[in-house]
Design a protein. Structure first.
Length: 313
């Protein structure tokens, strides 16, 4: 795989969802993005990249589009961007970018799609955050400096709560998951609070697994007997393979704490190389379950990610 290319254009816009305009150069700011660009901020999609090859292929279909038409910040030539794994680091000049997401969901109200008839950014673009700042301009070399993430596991959590999402109740379980995982050495890349909506949950899980390539996602809430408790069903729908041993072990352990644990319908499974584990909704149960499951889980993640071939099951 080719590991270097060049920057052919740099673009910015003052408003999200609009076509970007070419600039002579842009200034990347550490932990922020491109100075003056609408997508800059404290999040994982600070700078977007798209290959000139993808744009040329779109033009070959008869479309008259300019660089920046798909909302991309940096257009490159000579790198197969969408084949790079999340965690890859790219250097151009003094600036260092870390790839955080492959593609994205394109909204039906997207102004870019309305103006160009299609939007290739969701399929072929990538998103990064700025690790080191610097000035980037057309003609600069851009190269892969790391092929993928380090040894630490990446993780995310999702809280399912109607009242929490509505601001009627403080979410304590989700942040607690993040805190415990961070203390255990995981790189927690996101925390999400949503209503008890299975379709929304499926969309979030697919995004975290397919586009952000997170190693493990823990959900909290929605595993009981209420008609809106559909977290297990949503989890099963997005998974390729189920891992019933994890959920069975958590239930068995929780039964030593309270007989009500038998009412949990929590599930666990894998979507590609992302493990998804349902946890209970209460902070106390979250802490107990994670303290029990995290030590043996590390070996399973190593196997799933093909970092080791030995299974001590």
């Amino acid at each position: 795989m080719k590991t270097s290319g060049k920057v052919v254009a740099v673009c910015t816009s003052e408003k999200k969802g609009t076509l970007k305009e070419k600039r002579d150069s842009v200034r990347l700011v550490k932990d922020h993005g491109i100075d003056g660009d609408a997508h800059a901020g404290s999040w994982h999609r600070q700078v977007s990249l798209l290959s000139a090859e993808s744009i040329d292929a779109f033009r070959a279909k008869g479309a008259d589009v300019s660089y920046g038409a798909f909302g991309e910040n940096i257009i490159t030539e000579g790198l197969d961007l969408s084949s790079l794994p999340v965690g890859t680091r790219l250097r151009t000049g003094d600036a260092v970018l870390e790839l955080t997401q492959i593609g994205k969901e394109c909204h039906t109200s997207c102004a870019i799609r309305e103006q160009t008839g299609d939007c290739i950014m969701p399929r072929e673009g990538v998103f990064t955050r700025v690790l080191e700042g610097g000035t980037v301009k057309p003609g600069d070399v851009i190269e892969v400096t790391e092929a993928g993430p380090g040894s630490a596991f990446t993780a995310a959590w999702i809280t399912l709560s109607d009242k929490g999402a509505a601001g009627e109740r403080e979410d304590k379980s989700g942040p607690l998951i993040g805190e415990i995982l961070s203390e255990a050495g995981y790189n927690v890349v996101d925390g999400i609070l949503i209503p008890d909506d299975p379709e929304r949950l499926k969309a979030e899980l697919i995004n975290l697994a397919d586009r952000r390539q997170v190693n493990v996602v823990f959900t909290t809430g929605g595993t009981g007997f209420s008609p809106r408790d559909l977290t297990p069903e949503a989890t099963e729908e997005v998974c390729d393979r189920m891992t019933p041993g994890i959920s069975e072990a958590i239930r068995a352990y929780s039964m030593t704490k309270t007989p009500k644990a038998m009412l949990s319908r929590a599930a666990a499974g894998m979507r590609g190389k992302t493990l998804i584990v349902n946890l209970p909704g209460s902070p106390k149960a979250v802490r107990e379950c994670l303290e029990f499951v995290l030590p043996p889980l590390e070996h399973g993640l190593e196997i799933m990610l093909e970092r080791t071939g030995d299974c001590a099951c």
